[in-house]
Write a protein that binds this ligand. Structure first.
Ligand code: SAH
Ligand code: SF4
Ligand code: F3S
Length: 470
């Protein structure tokens, strides 16, 4: 695979989404047909699925929750760990069975698995019933591929292109919060991670089209945007822009809430911290993955920072951004991780008292450097470490939630609570989940809520009144 360097990337052209106005012929073929879409993986995939839905619905398909009624099944897959892949393979078994009894039943494999050479080889050999494999870079080719596949059997694989496509249509899941891609890909090459291979090189979207998208969302009544990238701090390196400048421009649109994921601790500048602290509509919430507390392991992971540098940054954020909530990602059982290395990780968790953490056991990904590293820690030991880590992480997220007891916080209400149909739910500006006792007509609004009970992963509260907008 050819990986362009930064100089080459600068010459890359961005282009407008070419399939927005679809030919009427497409519609005739697909009218009345149904699609079933299932999404695995991270926010990037969740947002890509919103683009896939927009294509399918523009073509004339309607959505169904029942796979038995579908004419097209789209699996937007994830490859980050083996269990993510296993889930997809399991589900494909069901699709294969359904396909046996149906004529017009097409299976589309999208997402990160469809960018992995070993997966494609396996599909060509063992899963010939899959009709279309479409890469993460080529969502706009879905209409063309679908049309071809309803005419004949095609398996088409699209892989790495450097284009940045602007102006995607999205069939968004929410009317109140929206994902906004600011860049694609990742150049960090952490040694355990598959993402640089499945998503390609870092490519930034144009600042003006991001701002226009946010303004349009604001005009449609959206209250919150999440700026999306594998490593948002790197935004603009290829187009002579910076993330802090983008963030400031987004803040000035006046949209009520702005957050961003994910931040790599490397290259998180003082300017970014200054902008976050300055604007009230930038949420005081930062997801700052540490991965490991051991310098030895961080080096083997190619994370490009030491625990000391991470802690300096962490303390600076806590000092400069009032009330900031910081969450993290941690991998246990990286090849060669000793008990002492693991204790360094526990120590970081105790120092940082994270508001929350996603924890994972290392999963070797074919084609990444870490998959070839010597790993002699038994899986049972890794599981014990994970459990020990989770207990500590839960202790601190509980502790940070308890600080909110009896306090009044602002919550963006998103819908009916899953826990209790009489309640609604939403998130604080620090991204804490709150189940709220209150009327249904506050859905879609930012309201004041008094916290009455705290748990490890959520809060309960009573609605007080609506936020006064200055
Ligand atoms: N771009 C983001 C996260 C991408 S993946 C970042 O750099 O922070 C989300 C998380 O999955 C990572 O932060 C890491 O903790 C975990 N992860 C990635 N590859 C993994 C692997 N091979 N095994 C276990 N966990 C992994
Ligand atoms: Fe993967 Fe590292 Fe890139 Fe995150 S920064 S996506 S962990 S390579
Ligand atoms: Fe998975 Fe791809 Fe996201 S591998 S975590 S869906 S970028």
């Amino acid at each position: 695979m050819h990986l362009p360097n930064l100089e080459e990337a600068k010459d890359r052209t961005s282009k407008e989404n070419k399939y927005i106005n679809l030919d009427e012929n497409y519609k005739k073929v697909f009218q009345g047909k149904k699609y079933f879409l299932r999404t695995y993986g991270c926010q990037m995939n969740v947002h890509d699925s919103e683009a896939l839905r927009a294509y399918l619905e523009t073509l004339g398909f309607t959505s169904t929750e029942k796979i038995e009624y579908a004419n097209v099944v789209v699996l937007n897959t994830c490859a980050i760990r083996e269990n993510a892949r296993d889930k997809v393979i399991g589900f494909l078994g069901k699709c294969k069975y359904l396909k046996k009894n149906r004529d017009n039943f097409k299976i589309v494999l999208a997402g990160c698995m469809s960018e992995q050479p070993d997966v494609i080889e396996d599909i060509r050999k063992n899963h010939k019933y899959i009709d279309i494999i479409i890469g993460t870079h080529n969502l706009p080719d879905l209409p063309k591929l679908l049309l071809e596949s309803f005419n004949k059997q095609v398996i088409e694989v699209y892989s790495n292109s450097d284009e940045v496509i602007e102006g995607f249509n999205y069939e968004r899941d929410s009317k109140y919060t929206a994902w906004v891609n600011i860049m694609y890909g990742c150049d960090k090459f952490c040694t355990y991670c598959i993402v640089p291979y499945t998503r390609g090189r870092e490519r930034s979207r144009r600042l003006e089209s991001i701002i226009k998208e946010v303004e349009d969302l604001k005009n449609k009544g959206y209250k919150e945007v999440t700026l999306l990238g594998q490593n948002v701090n790197a935004y603009g390196r290829d187009i002579n822009e910076t993330f802090s400048h983008l963030l400031e421009c987004v803040a000035k649109t006046g949209i009520e809430r702005i957050r961003f994921v994910t931040s790599h601790p490397w290259n998180f500048t003082d300017e970014m911290i200054k902008v976050i602290a300055k604007y009230k509509n930038i949420m005081p919430y930062i997801h700052l993955p540490i991965q490991s507390g051991s310098n030895e392991i961080l080096k083997k992971m190619n994370r490009r920072y030491t625990r000391e540098e991470y802690l300096d940054l962490f303390h600076k954020m806590k000092e400069k951004i009032p009330g900031v909530s910081i969450t993290t990602d941690i991998i246990v059982g990286f090849p060669g991780e000793t008990r002492k290395d693991f204790e360094d990780t526990l120590d970081i968790v105790k120092t940082c008292e994270y508001d929350g953490a996603y924890t994972f056991i290392f999963s070797p990904r074919e084609g990444t450097p870490a998959a070839k590293m010597k790993d002699d820690t038994p899986i049972s030991e890794k599981e014990t470490r994970l459990q020990e880590l989770n207990e500590l992480v839960n202790y601190y997220s509980n502790k940070s939630n308890q600080k909110l007891l009896n306090k009044t916080v602002e919550v963006l209400i998103l819908g009916d609570s899953e826990k209790d149909p009489n309640k609604v739910y939403g998130y604080t500006d620090t991204m804490k989940l709150v189940n709220v006792n209150g009327p249904k007509d506050i859905i879609g609004k930012i309201v004041n809520v008094k916290i009455t009970e705290t748990k490890s992963f959520s809060l309960d509260g009573d609605y007080i009144d609506e936020k006064i907008v200055a």
